[in-house]
Design a protein around this ligand. Structure first.
Ligand code: DSN
Length: 414
């Protein structure tokens, strides 16, 4: 229909589909959701207003969406083994805001990871609501190892006595010890919030430990490794359920997006399958194969490897680059060759977030399209060629064509 009525947008959607088909999409926070998830998110449920919660709505006509939302809640609880779920948050930032609103007062002290070391805007950045409304103190990673030093985290918690500690990151390639975080939080009388947006799919796939038994509240987006629609979810202990619900609606949002809630329910069911477990395992194997390929050729990765789906290249410490603030230039060179990544700060980056010195990339999307170790070695070797000669247009064009040929063999199955 769209083709007939709005050719302009139809063509752009096709163009983006081609881009997703024929480029290596390696931004670690992206994924390809299933056709079924897309079907639910493009359904007539889009048309319904449903302010409130199942059986407690402000409008009539909710008998169908009540069932949809109840199924989504039950599936979320089962998938994560959680006591309580709110499936209405529209995005990760909103979910985090609601989590703070539910448990804290404005001005309370929170401890979160420094954004430039792998945190998130909503973990206390001064330009974000979190840094403006709450009194954040930041922790980081060890400068030498790139790893979280849990003893330093503990010392800071004892010194600062925050009301909440936030664990969960956007650029940390290693396993997070949620049990240890909960011990520290208990020692200082703080709530523990886990933001597992990046690793939710790895957790439910059984390849990363879960914060659910340990954290008071867990937030996550649903479109990253979890492979659902672009949205979010809050899980918590039963005792915080009412406060979380009130914080989401009417505290923060109006009508929930029931079409997206349906799509989340579909994704949660998919994530319960054995195939999804294999997917989560392969995502890590692929990341580790890529890490080894890159490191064997002299690329410096923060923390010298990965335990999860993402890699962070330090271009300053990569000898054949050895420059500060060139992440963007190298990400553009990779894009010229059909390899899509993002420029990112590295821990203790001497440059600025506008000119960061690293490149962040990951394997969720390539693994969804069926790439295994053999393909990851190819990808790594292409990346090395580009990183060594970022201005060689002929070489980049050749790689772009080779990428396209490889992509043809691994259809994302939209
Ligand atoms: N934008 C997300 C990411 O790329 O990690 C975090 O919100």
């Amino acid at each position: 229909m769209l083709k007939e009525t709005d050719n302009e947008i139809y063509n752009l959607i096709q163009e983006e589909k081609d881009r997703q088909d024929y480029e290596l999409n390696m931004i670690p926070s992206e994924n390809y959701c299933s056709k079924e998830v897309l079907e639910a998110s493009g359904s007539v449920l889009n048309n319904k207003y449903a302010e409130g919660y199942p059986k407690k709505r402000y409008y009539q006509g909710n008998r169908v969406v009540d069932e949809v939302e109840t199924i989504a809640i039950e599936r979320a609880k089962k998938l994560f083994g959680a006591e309580y779920a709110n499936v209405q948050p529209l995005s990760g930032s909103g979910a985090n805001m609601a989590a703070y609103f539910a448990l804290l007062e404005h001005g309370d002290k929170i401890m979160g990871m420094e954004l430039s070391q792998g945190g998130h805007l909503t973990h206390g950045s001064p330009v974000n609501f979190s840094g403006k409304l709450y009194n954040f103190v930041s922790y980081g990673v060890d400068e030498k190892t790139g790893l979280l030093d849990m003893e330093k985290v503990r010392e800071l918690a004892i010194k600062e006595k925050p009301k909440m500690i936030v664990a969960g990151y956007t650029a940390y390639p290693r396993t997070v010890d949620f049990k240890k975080f909960s011990e520290i939080a208990q020692e200082v009388g703080a709530y523990l919030m886990a933001d597992v947006s990046h690793i939710a799919g790895l957790i439910v796939g059984g390849v990363h430990n879960s914060p659910v038994p340990y954290a008071d509240i867990v937030t996550t987006t649903t479109h990253k490794t979890l492979r659902g629609p672009r949205s979010a979810l809050i899980l918590c202990k039963e005792k915080y359920g009412k406060a979380v619900d009130k914080a989401v609606f009417p505290g923060l949002q109006g009508g929930p997006h029931e079409h997206i809630i349906a799509a989340k329910a579909v994704a949660f069911k998919e994530a319960m399958s054995n195939d999804f477990k294999k997917y989560a395992e392969q995502t890590i194997k692929n990341a580790q194969t890529l890490a080894k390929t890159l490191m064997d050729s002299g690329v410096k990765l923060v923390s010298d490897g990965t335990d999860n789906h993402l890699l962070l290249i330090d271009l300053i410490k990569t000898e054949f680059v050895g420059k500060i603030g060139v992440g963007k230039e190298y990400a553009v060179a990779l894009e010229d060759a059909g390899i899509i990544t993002n420029a990112n700060t590295v821990p203790y980056d001497p440059s600025t977030p506008f000119k960061p010195s690293g490149i962040r990339l990951g394997t969720p999307t390539l693994t969804t399209r069926g790439f295994k170790e053999e393909e990851m070695i190819k990808v790594g070797n292409w990346m090395i060629e580009v990183l060594k000669n970022p201005e060689d247009s002929e070489m980049k064009e050749r790689i772009r064509n080779e990428v396209k040929e490889l992509c043809k063999k691994f259809n994302p199955n939209f």
